[in-house]
Design a protein around this ligand. Structure first.
Ligand SMILES: *[C@@H]1O[C@H](CO)[C@@H](O)[C@H](O)[C@H]1NC(C)=O
Ligand SMILES: *[C@@H]1O[C@H](CO)[C@@H](O)[C@H](O)[C@H]1NC(C)=O
Ligand SMILES: *[C@@H]1O[C@H](CO)[C@@H](O)[C@H](O)[C@H]1NC(C)=O
Ligand SMILES: *[C@@H]1O[C@H](CO)[C@@H](O)[C@H](O)[C@H]1NC(C)=O
Ligand SMILES: *[C@@H]1O[C@H](CO)[C@@H](O)[C@H](O)[C@H]1NC(C)=O
Ligand SMILES: *[C@@H]1O[C@H](CO)[C@@H](O)[C@H](O)[C@H]1NC(C)=O
Ligand SMILES: *[C@@H]1O[C@H](CO)[C@@H](O)[C@H](O)[C@H]1NC(C)=O
Ligand SMILES: *[C@@H]1O[C@H](CO)[C@@H](O)[C@H](O)[C@H]1NC(C)=O
Length: 668
């Protein structure tokens, strides 16, 4: 006690502002006393169990010493731990008197001297002191912070939590006392109403709620609780195609500072590797804000999640659709039976109309071969085959496949005929939805039936499966047709859609047109004939031309001619050229001419006459009909004399049945 009081006296001395000499003397005295002391007594020991369930007691004490060679004796009524070097000693409870208060003390031995702690009297059974809460985990529940650690015993304990904002380490601690909950050998407490977006420093200590004389545990080390990661990472992505593999580069923005005080790691996962299709990859936690990964051409979801000590952010999910092949073909027949090897996987996407997002994906891997059984019949699948090559997935095949094909289930919709003409019609329809096709359409079968009673003529044709309209030609005008259209797959023909039309009657415009054409043709041919005749007459001068100076007056009479056949009329010869002479050769020619025409019918003759009158009718003098016959008979008979009786020099006219023949036009 002398030593303890001494500093106070020293202070008083100093306060009295005595001389420096005096101060030094006193100080020297103090030092001398101190070196002469044997040791400083250790604190009185605490003996406790760490939980009410254990029988081991732990005794702890403290001693301030710089000496290295210190040993202790612990007394609980009697000497229990002898000559130990540490300041703790554990004793089996069976060796102790627990149920009545006992004196406990400790003796420290330093060199030759020993010092004894003060004695305390305790009932050991009641004393429980839990260990320091360790490995504290934390998570945010909005504004409430949940903290948990390994439970000290099976019963809830009392916990004291103290905290302050991380960015203000000089602030005083705020404390909360709370009962812990006990669950699955964990204690947890919830610290309510903390600030959002704020990081905290936290310490916890705990105390048994079961023991009669519980002691507070020591404070846990300071734990930094980062703010909650509330936002999912903002990820941007670029993909590069590498021959069946897609290189995906992901970059993201750093997380807010308060959430990142103890560091943030990122976890990138993709649905392909989590399904081992085809590669199984371990993804280390990523510290940087960029990551590269490789995926196959199949659709993939990549999730990026930020994690800190207090939890993880919601995942940012990047959906990368399947890389569409430029031209999807139908698969080989063998695809459905292909054996699956390790590091290979097949995928079957139920193929939907106009939807690149897969609905039901069946993934077949070496581990999950049975999945192939769930591939349905009559359903179109987009098939993928991936391999794992040097740890990177690669798509090696991509095509369309049916496990089994069926005939189309429905008719082509909205099958209509329009714009019918007399011989053609436009047919249009809507493509059958994929789900109803049940197979690859090979073509459409289009049949037309011309309905003519009593029987119908059916005519079918195959048209491309890609068409949705067709121009049908070569129909008969004014007929009733019915058309049927069915889509056809390898498995057969689907139901028929039907429609009917009546073709228009032949176009009147066409009739008129052809009629007028016919007329023009007639006119031209007639004209040509006349012109040709005239030309012919000019070219062949030897053919004599009958000269009929004035035919008109006898027109009326000549028309009556056909009725009278063998009537001989009075022959009138007009002298046209007084100087002309009758030439016997002329007569001969006439004879020949007549002979040629002898077999001609009356009709021909009439035509001839019409022609000659059409051709402008030489202004030859008309002779009495029938008279020429006589003259001809005579000339045939060789009676030249009779002819000579006529005017010698004129051309001869042969008249038969009212026809005038121009025998000779020019005189020699
Ligand atoms: C040990 O010394 C420190 C200061 O040096 C003092 O605060 C503490 O109380 C001492 N401990 C004991 C058990 O005397
Ligand atoms: C300690 O004891 C030993 C003999 O037991 C003696 O030689 C030594 O001088 C003593 N030291 C002190 C500091 O008293
Ligand atoms: C606490 O965690 C560390 C590593 O995380 C581990 O080595 C240690 O055993 C844990 N302690 C307890 C009491 O669980
Ligand atoms: C803890 O629970 C005990 C008993 O259930 C109760 O008496 C005590 O008030 C609670 N302490 C706190 C801080 O809630
Ligand atoms: C946080 O604690 C308050 C106060 O106990 C409570 O009303 C609230 O429901 C808690 N919030 C959550 C998310 O648990
Ligand atoms: C793509 O892969 C095929 C098959 O392995 C290979 O033959 C071809 O050379 C590759 N092309 C490129 C550009 O790497
Ligand atoms: C990706 O995620 C979406 C939405 O959760 C889901 O519909 C789709 O099936 C997923 N795709 C893959 C390939 O897992
Ligand atoms: C249509 O195609 C089928 C199958 O290819 C064939 O059997 C049939 O003869 C074809 N019909 C016509 C009219 O070409």
């Amino acid at each position: 006690m002398i030593f303890r009081d001494f500093p106070l006296k020293l202070m008083e001395t100093l306060k009295c502002r005595r001389s420096l000499h005096q101060y030094i003397v006193v100080f020297m005295f103090l030092v001398t006393l101190s070196t002469g002391s044997t040791c400083e007594a250790p604190s009185s020991p605490q003996c406790f169990r760490t939980s009410s369930a254990t029988i081991m007691y732990l005794c702890e004490w403290m001693m301030n010493t710089t000496e290295s060679d210190v040993s202790y004796d612990l007394y609980i009524e009697e000497n229990k731990c002898r000559g130990i070097k540490e300041t703790t000693c554990s004793i089996n409870g069976d060796d102790l008197i627990q149920k009545r208060p006992v004196d406990i003390w400790v003796v420290a031995h330093v060199g030759n001297s020993s010092c004894t702690s003060s004695r305390t009297s305790v009932e050991l059974r009641h004393i429980v002191k839990h260990k320091v809460p360790q490995n504290i985990t934390m998570s945010w529940l909005k504004n409430n912070l949940s903290l948990s650690w390994k439970a000290a015993e099976k019963y809830p304990a009392l916990a004291e939590v103290r905290f302050r904002r991380h960015e203000r380490p000089t602030d005083s601690w705020e404390t909360r006392m709370t009962n812990t909950t006990y669950e699955t050998s964990k204690y947890s407490v919830i610290v309510v109403n903390l600030l959002k977006f704020t990081s905290y420093q936290v310490q916890i200590r705990q105390r048994s709620s079961q023991a009669g004389n519980p002691l507070w545990s020591d404070w846990s080390p300071v734990v930094t609780v980062p703010a909650e990661l509330e936002q999912k990472p903002e990820v941007s992505m670029t993909t590069t195609l590498l021959n069946g593999t897609r290189k995906v580069t992901l970059t993201w923005k750093p997380m807010p500072h308060a959430a990142a005080v103890t560091g943030v790691t990122y976890n990138v996962m993709d649905t392909q590797s989590s399904q081992k299709c085809p590669c199984e990859r371990r993804r280390p936690d990523i510290k940087s804000s960029e990551h590269q990964t490789y995926v196959s051409y199949s659709a993939v979801n990549i999730s990026v999640m930020a994690m800190n000590a207090a939890g993880s952010s919601p995942p940012a999910i990047i959906q990368i659709p399947a890389q569409p092949a430029a031209d999807l073909k139908s698969c080989d027949e063998t695809v459905m039976k292909k054996k699956i090897k390790k590091k290979t996987c097949f995928e079957f996407y139920e193929f939907q109309d106009g939807d690149s997002r897969p609905e039901n994906i069946i993934t077949v891997t070496a581990d999950k071969k049975k999945n192939r059984k769930s591939v349905k019949e009559f359903v179109r699948y987009l098939y993928f085959e991936h391999i794992c090559e040097k740890g990177k997935p690669r798509t090696v095949d991509m095509c369309l496949v049916y496990k089994k094909q069926g005939a189309p289930r429905i008719i082509p919709q909205d099958f209509t005929a329009s714009r019918e003409t007399h011989n053609s019609v436009d047919l249009s329809w809507k493509a059958i939805p994929l789900a109803d096709q049940q197979g690859f359409l090979t073509h459409y079968s289009l049949c037309s039936v011309k309905i003519i009673s009593p029987e119908a003529q059916k005519e079918c044709r195959n048209i491309s499966a890609s068409l949705i309209n067709y121009h049908l030609e070569n129909l008969s005008p004014g007929a009733k047709y019915s058309f049927s259209l069915a889509a056809v797959t390898q498995a057969g023909e689907g139901p028929n859609a039907e429609t009917a039309i009546n073709t228009l009657p032949e176009k009147p415009v066409n009739v008129l047109w052809s009629l007028s054409l016919l007329f023009v043709f007639f006119f031209i041919s007639t004209t040509c004939t006349c012109i040709l005749k005239r030309i012919k007459n000019k070219i062949f001068p030897p053919v004599p031309t009958p000269v009929i100076p004035n035919f008109t007056p006898y027109q009326a009479e000549s028309q009556e001619m056909p009725e009278r056949k063998e009537e001989v009329h009075e022959l009138t010869l007009l002298q046209l050229h007084p100087e002309g002479k009758s030439v016997p050769e002329d007569a001969e020619e006439t004879t020949i001419l007549r002979g040629d025409w002898d077999d001609d019918t009356d009709e021909d003759v009439e035509n001839e006459r019409g022609d000659s009158s059409l051709s402008g009718g030489t202004s030859d003098e008309c002779l009495g009909p029938g008279s020429t016959d006589q003259a001809l008979k005579r000339s045939k008979g060789g009676e030249v004399t009779d002819l000579e009786q006529l005017d010698n020099e004129i051309a001869m006219l042969i008249y038969r049945n009212g026809l005038v023949f121009d025998v000779k036009t020019e005189l020699p």
